[in-house]
Design a protein around this ligand. Sequence first.
Ligand code: ZN
Length: 337
Amino acid sequence: MEYLFDAPPEFGETMEVAPGVHWLRMPLPMALDHINLWLIEDGPGWTLIDTGISSGLSKKMWSQVIEEHLGGRPINRIIVTHFHPDHVGMAGWLVAKTGAEFCMPRTEWLYARVLTIDTSEKFTDGMVEYYRRAGGSAEYLARLKERGPFFPGIVSDVPRGIQRIVDGESLDIGGQSWKIVVGNGHSPEHACLLCDALDLFISGDLILPKISPHIGVYADEPEANPLKDYLNTLAKFETLPGNVTVLPSHNEPFRGLHERREWLIQHHLDRLEDFVTACASPTNAIDIARQVFKRKLDSSQLGFAAAETVAHLNYLITEERIVRHADEDGVNLYQAC
Ligand SMILES: [Zn+2]
């Protein structure tokens, strides 16, 4: 893998990475402290890919970017790759401010809408029950219950309608053809964008250079097998041109798509063996997560780690490598066959 730039742009500043394609970095209030957004010159205006998390700081930075870095040209179109808050968070605010057309894959938009609207106690109870079955301590569950739904706090009002984008179709952006390439596993219908003429691949969170994209199972679909979806997507991406510059949502642009793709496949295959080893005797998902991730997981990391663990365990159940049964309290225990 080869990195193409010595340093990323400062937060709220832009850097041209290919003719008419500009890299904008926005801060995130978490361990992964930034997200990359892409501004593409598009006729008299701009097309923006992804928007950042909703926060006072994001609003301040976006106001500044619109005033100082866009040459007085309007954002006419916003494309959001998937429903996660760091991608869709500022979309509603930006659409209200700019009147831009709003494009998103249908399932991703539906998730974003549902998760910002449902602030009911039942929603929180479902989440708490999911982590109880995963082996969460009473203290951890009480904290989840108290926190409640976190999505509405970091995602501004999601637009009521979309221009749907679909796998395989092409969009004209700035006179170039950009093909929508949908992948699954990290989220239900994640859109990437490929421009053959510019040799660019906007990979969102599906291919990242330094971290492995999060693959998790959550309360909304506890029997899901997103790791299978993700491995299928990595296999499908074999047909993408290998010489593209990958523009990922986190860390830096790079060349070496297929080296990275193969590394990610091998990483998960190795991880699966670690999970089988951790299931030598009947164990719940959170205790398995602690064994496999081999570091102290604070309460903010524990939910992601448990979700990632269940994704691997569900995959192994489908492969008949492990079995699951519930103990007398309904906590799921996993054991290697
Ligand atoms: Zn994501």
